[in-house]
Write a protein that binds this ligand. Structure first.
Ligand code: ZN
Length: 425
């Protein structure tokens, strides 16, 4: 940990750059970097890193190169514009410990725009909050990594160990962006991911699986509905059976989620089916996202999902002969419990106390993050720790400006100790 004088200098240096940091965060949040539309936001990040003297690696994710790696999730969309960006700051005379700073640039859809108080991609700051889709999850965190290093530069210093600043895509659907960074060879002794964790360190995260259930029916004129089989209404018992499985799984405890209310959440998140109001629908597809405990075997989970659906179909005369199909179209993500990296964890605690004046809390999250790639597949402890945000994935997503400032101070202090400092060139 830097001495008291340097600590104060670093904290002040973050404050000096903070207006610029918020302007940068607003610029970044203005990009509607929804899935498949991240390229211009990635251009912006690449430019920002280049200007600061990082060596920038920008590449198109190659599915062929990652599809056999552990942690890969199936891809049902085009990767024709799927750009990852990594900025490397390589130390002149490395003497400290290397570090990955990782954030995702992709954001989730907005839902009906008219439900937002202000348009989601016209971000603004008021009353101490930065509003906008993706501001909290997690462009504020991504920008914080850039400005933490900037604060050190303001003091004429730079990290005395290699720092890799990763702006990845696909975090909200597969994690294949972070996986592609591993495949590309980026490694460090620890990683920080400033997801919106409410200023807490993430001790555990669930696994997440996505699947689609494709249900058939027999079309008929609604005047003779009894002769048809309704694909939409047939989904109801299947969904009920899946929620019963959810209740069974939540009844089992996991030590990392002790005290967490309902850690495993299943939701039918999208549904489409049918063609005509006066026709019994002949097809329906629903998407479901499920949570699983760390340590759960993904193949076993898939078998259980399929057997629950198959069993629920047996009581339906049509479905018993036309079994629904299950398609895995995104996340096949294992859970992750933060283990190892005690030194990095206690350093983060110390830095947090210096910036916040209070003890750092820990949390177990009922969502996933890219931390699993570092922790499970690269033996690198990943510290998921970031600002305070509300309504991520909802309307009027917002992130606390003061929390951004302090988290940036924490990251800058962490870098100064973990990597050490050398004189800037
Ligand atoms: Zn996120």
């Amino acid at each position: 940990m830097p001495d008291a004088e340097l600590t104060q200098q670093i904290i002040d240096a973050v404050d000096q750059g903070f207006d610029e940091q918020i302007a940068f965060t607003l610029d970044l949040t203005r990009f509607p970097s929804l899935r498949g539309h991240e390229a211009t936001a990635q251009d912006f990040m690449a430019r920002a890193l280049e200007e600061r003297g990082y060596t920038v690696d920008r590449w198109l994710i190659d599915v062929e190169a990652i599809k056999d790696l552990p942690g890969f999730s199936p891809v049902m969309v085009s990767y024709d514009d799927a750009w990852n960006v990594v900025g490397s700051l390589r130390a002149e005379k490395p003497k400290g410990r290397s570090l990955i700073l990782n954030g995702h640039i992709d954001v989730v859809p907005t839902g009906p725009i008219e439900m937002w108080t202000t348009p989601p991609f016209m971000p603004e700051v008021h009353d101490g909050w930065l509003y906008g889709r993706g501001g909290g999850d997690m462009k504020a965190g991504l920008a914080a990594t850039v400005f933490a290093v900037d604060a050190l530069a303001r003091l004429g210093a730079r990290p005395a160990a290699d720092v890799f600043l990763q702006s990845v895509i696909e975090e909200e659907c597969t994690g294949n962006g972070a996986l592609a960074c591993l495949q590309r060879g980026y490694r460090a002794e620890t990683a920080i991911i400033p997801e919106p964790t409410q200023n807490r360190l993430t001790a555990a995260q669930v696994g997440v699986m996505w699947f689609q259930v494709k249900v058939q029916g027999r079309p008929a004129h609604v005047a003779y509905a009894g002769t048809g089989a309704n694909a939409i209404e047939s989904c109801f018992p299947l969904i009920r059976a899946l929620h019963e499985m959810e209740a069974r799984w939540n009844a089992e405890q996991h030590p990392a989620f002790e005290g967490v209310d309902h850690p495993l959440n299943f939701v039918v998140s999208k549904i489409e089916g049918g063609d005509w109001t006066s026709s019994v629908p002949s097809w329906c597809t629903f998407n479901m996202r499920i949570g699983i405990y760390p340590g759960a075997d993904l193949a076993a989970v898939r078998r259980e999902v399929e057997s629950v659906i198959a069993e629920a179909s047996l009581s339906d005369p049509f479905l018993s002969n036309h079994p629904p199909q299950v398609v895995y179209h995104g996340f096949q993500a294992e859970g992750y419990v933060l283990e190892g990296g005690e030194e990095a964890q206690s350093l983060l605690e110390t830095c947090h106390a210096a910036a916040f004046g209070s003890a750092m809390e820990r949390r177990a999250t009922t969502a996933t993050t890219d931390a699993r790639f570092f922790g499970l597949y690269a033996d690198t402890p990943a510290l998921v720790y970031g600002p305070y945000a509300e309504d991520i994935h909802g309307f009027d997503e917002r992130v606390s400006v003061d929390s951004i400032r302090r988290v940036t101070q924490v990251i800058a202090l962490f870098i100064a100790d973990w990597c050490g400092l050398e004189k800037a060139a």
